[in-house]
Design a protein around this ligand. Structure first.
Ligand code: FAD
Length: 482
């Protein structure tokens, strides 16, 4: 690529304050939330409108330059990394709420809008936007769309795809198209459905039409303190088994509690083996009626203490601890590698036991903090890359966990996506025909393979290795052993 010529042309589209080529500035974009992978873009562009995005994409298309969209860079699968170099299109400047239609419960936002800003804008009128990734104070709604993000509220309200009705998208040739709309069942193919969760490989979302909801009349959050992981896991299964649908059920183990208490002092008992946060919301009478049965299930599973947050401040503090848990890991470890897999909820006890055994085997501590209600695990494998071989051990252990989850009837990823991290794991769940069908769909959107290359599909499908090889090696090792 003739970097200087291209940069000049891009400046003509977005202005000189929207193009970065200086290595110091580019370094900000060389990784996302999963810092084990790094790849530098050649140029970063920061457009302010769909037309500017389209202009930049047209240059990439004409010049055959690879390009990738980036929201807030909180992704945890290396999705926003420019593994082939090229142009990174940062969407943070497109961060406005464009329209709120309270009567029809819709909002239209730009993709760079930080998730929680939408709820902040809606709250004074008694509305909110439901998808609530723990990263919601930083991540963008465009990134949530790409990853089909979930969050604590997923068990009752679903993931991002359940709240996105329409999109404006810049396709990889620079055309601006509209999918879906404000109505629930739009005509034709469900292109919104196929786009949500496509991990930034089909196009760049430049507007998002979302469903907004009334803030529930009442909400109660309970904290259950357990002496064993098994009791906490059984409690989760039994609550759901009884037909109770909590808005959230989150679990944290002792390592997570230690980190959180050092970080934000949320009030979790330091000697607890596991803590469950269970939240119920809805009409006041319904919420009141659910608290008792949940406490009974906790008691039947030997809860040491169960506490209902007495006021909004205590409730928010309990949640602050959970939502700050990843960030708080710095209190107990210099680095961590977060795994994101899913298991059927009933498999929680055996999988938690296995993670404990693997922790012993590899000599690495694990902090578990996760969306227990939908079986979405997040073992954070604690390591220190300054210690020879420790990162590789963490990757190998992560690969064992993923493989075990799949074998137990679960899935490779719950919400963080495949991205770069898990592309070589795809054959664990999909055969060649499945993968070929997916590749054909990718080709419909991006026949030249310029948009976010090197993601989702195993490296072998590109005819070779690109980017960091750690995962490949870790997986090969684990598979060879099997
Ligand atoms: C502390 C922490 C907690 C987290 N908790 C959760 C959680 O509870 N639930 C959850 O689901 N995730 C969670 N995540 C992961 C992450 O926050 C989500 O995946 C989030 O949706 C990423 O948004 P982002 O704006 O940071 O996207 P980025 O990391 O910038 O990008 C992610 C992917 O989206 C693509 N992309 C970004 N914007 C667009 C666009 N406009 N159009 C098309 N593609 C685009 C990128 O190309 C990339 O492939 C957490 C991360 C951290 C660091």
């Amino acid at each position: 690529m003739d970097k200087e010529r291209i940069a000049r042309e891009l400046i003509g589209i977005v202005g000189s304050d929207g193009v970065a080529t200086d290595p110091g500035e580019l370094r900000v974009y060389e990784t996302d939330g999963l810092t084990i992978f790094k790849a530098m873009p050649d140029i970063v562009v920061l457009p302010r409108s769909a037309e500017q995005v389209a202009g930049v994409v047209k240059v990439c298309h004409r010049e055959r330059i690879p390009f990738v969209a980036r929201g807030a860079g909180t992704g945890l699968s290396g999705g926003a990394l420019p593994v082939d170099g090229g142009i990174l299109i940062g969407l943070n400047r497109m961060n406005r709420v464009l329209d709120i239609d309270y009567e029809n419960q819709r909002a239209v936002v730009e993709p760079g809008l930080v998730n929680v800003w939408l709820t902040n804008a809606l709250a004074p009128r008694g509305y909110y936007y439901s998808p609530d990734p723990a990263s919601q104070t930083a991540c963008s709604i465009g990134g949530n769309v790409a990853e089909n993000s979930g969050g604590p509220r997923t068990p009752k309200y679903g993931v991002t795809t359940n709240h996105v009705l329409g999109l404006e998208v810049v396709l990889p040739d620079g055309d601006i198209v509209n999918f879906g709309g404000r109505t629930l069942d739009p005509l034709g193919y469900d292109l919104t459905g196929i786009f949500v969760g496509s991990e930034g490989t089909f196009g760049i979302a430049t507007k998002v039409i979302v469903r907004i909801m009334r803030t529930p009349e009442a909400v109660k959050t309970l904290m259950g303190v357990f002496e064993t992981i098994e009791d906490a896991s059984n409690t989760v299964s039994e609550i759901v088994g009884q037909g109770i649908v909590p808005a959230a059920i989150e679990m944290m183990d002792n390592n997570s509690i230690q980190a959180v208490e050092k970080g934000v002092a949320a009030g979790y008992p330091l000697d607890a083996v596991a803590v469950l946060l269970v939240e119920v919301d809805g009409p006041k009478e319904e919420v009141e009626a659910l608290v008792g049965p949940i406490i009974e299930v906790c008691k039947a599973n030997h809860v040491r203490e169960v506490r209902v947050a007495k006021d909004e401040n205590e409730r928010l503090l309990l949640w602050k601890g959970r939502k700050a848990a990843f960030a708080a890991m710095g209190q107990i470890s210099p680095e961590y590698y977060v795994q994101d897999s899913v298991i059927p909820r009933t498999k929680l006890p055996p999988v938690m036991k296995l993670i404990g055994e693997l922790s012993q085997k590899y000599g690495l501590r694990v902090a578990n903090v996760f969306h227990a209600g939908d079986g979405n695990l997040h073992p954070l494998i604690l390591y220190n890359s300054a210690n020879e071989g420790e990162l590789r051990k963490a990757e190998e252990m992560g690969a064992e966990i993923v493989k075990a989850c799949v074998e137990m009837g679960g899935s490779l990823t719950g919400e963080h996506g495949i991205g770069l991290e898990k592309r070589d794991f795809m054959p664990l769940m999909f055969n060649d025909d499945d993968l070929e069908a997916m590749r054909k769909i990718k080709k419909v959107f991006d026949p030249d393979g310029l948009l976010n290359p090197g993601k989702i599909f195993p490296a072998a499908m590109r005819g070779g290795e690109v980017g960091p090889a750690g995962q490949r090696e870790a997986l090969d090792k684990v598979l060879r052993r099997a």
